[in-house]
Design a protein around this ligand. Structure first.
Ligand code: ATR
Length: 294
């Protein structure tokens, strides 16, 4: 790593908890490969996100990532917000500008990279989103703006799926395209999903390490309706959701490239440098070797 000196640019992540974050490892690896003099630190913010952002700006901090539970709350503390992040209603990256921080959502950029590398496109496709939390929201917004023709929002708590449907509809309302046909289902009514050839995004926390023998649904009928299964989880490498989908003939991918993709997009915003594909490959190898991704 570059020696810390008077020219070191300070970056970091604000959230609570932040102790499990892999972002310092990722950004220091990128800085080393790219020859940038920067330090990336975890900042556990107990509650006052507004003061934390103001303080970070006053200290000259060059950029920040934002994680749970502040991705929406942080927006009020910013002087500018990128259009797509505003539509999603969540920001995970702050970039220093002349008057304050500007917010971006690179989770979506990461998800697009994941799909690109897996050879999956959502344009003109039927999509299923499982879950209705922050991750599901980013996936749903992306699918709507990238031209999915049908969007099923499926969640244990149907009310939350309905609220997400409304948010997606409002997001489309401010755009130019007509958007997909949106339907909401409770997890217990999965059998009401019609037809097949779906791309499914698994956006719940079910199946995350150490609960690796769990999947959001065991319904073989459901998995048979999928052609692609994208699990946003990256530990373990192969989730039960992915195994069940593969057993019924679907292509399955995990969320490693989304994690890496969001970090790279943030890094590029902060430094103005483009991270070459070779470095991305090496980063993936490094994280796998360290056991940080499955
Ligand atoms: P994130 O920001 O990572 O999306 P979140 O906002 O806490 O996290 O959302 C977690 C998602 O996982 C929710 O959709 C949640 O369903 P509910 O809205 O019904 O709570 C879903 N989830 C968590 N545990 C679940 C379980 N055991 N079965 C089904 N869904 C579950």
């Amino acid at each position: 790593m570059h020696e810390i000196d008077g020219n070191t640019r300070v970056l970091g992540i604000i959230g609570n908890p932040v102790r499990h974050t892999m972002s310092p490892v990722i950004h220091h690896f990128l800085a080393e490969q790219m020859g940038d003099n920067l330090a990336y630190l975890p900042f556990e913010v107990q509650n006052d996100i507004h003061t934390a952002v103001k303080g970070a700006y006053a200290l000259g901090i060059a950029g920040m990532n934002v994680t749970v539970p502040y991705k929406s709350a942080v927006m009020e503390a910013l002087t500018d917000i990128d259009d797509e992040a505003a539509k999603i209603g969540a920001v995970n990256t702050l970039v220093r500008t002349e008057h304050g921080f500007k917010g971006y959502n690179t989770d979506v950029t990461g998800l697009r990279r994941e799909l690109r590398e897996a050879g999956i496109t959502v344009a003109g496709e039927r999509v299923v989103i499982l879950g209705a939390g922050g991750a599901a929201r980013a996936a749903a917004m992306m699918c709507a703006s990238d031209g999915a023709c049908e969007l099923y929002l499926i969640n244990r708590n149907q009310e939350k799926a309905r609220a997400l449907a409304e948010a997606v509809q409002n997001g489309i309302g401010s755009g130019t395209s007509a958007g997909p046909e949106i339907r909401v289902l409770g997890l217990e009514e999965l059998e009401r999903l019609q037809g097949n050839g779906y791309i499914a995004f698994q956006c719940t926390s079910v199946g995350l390490f150490p609960n690796t023998d769990e999947a959001v649904t065991e319904s073989r009928e459901f998995y048979r309706q999928l052609k692609c299964a994208v699990d946003l989880i990256y530990t373990p490498r192969q989730t039960r959701f992915m195994k069940l989908a593969e057993a019924e003939g679907a292509k399955a991918v995990n969320g490693s490239m989304m994690l890496i993709g969001q970090a790279i997009a943030s890094y590029e915003l902060w430094t103005g440098h483009t991270v070459p594909d070779q470095v991305v490959k090496e980063l993936l190898g490094e994280l796998t070797e360290k056991g940080l991704i499955g």
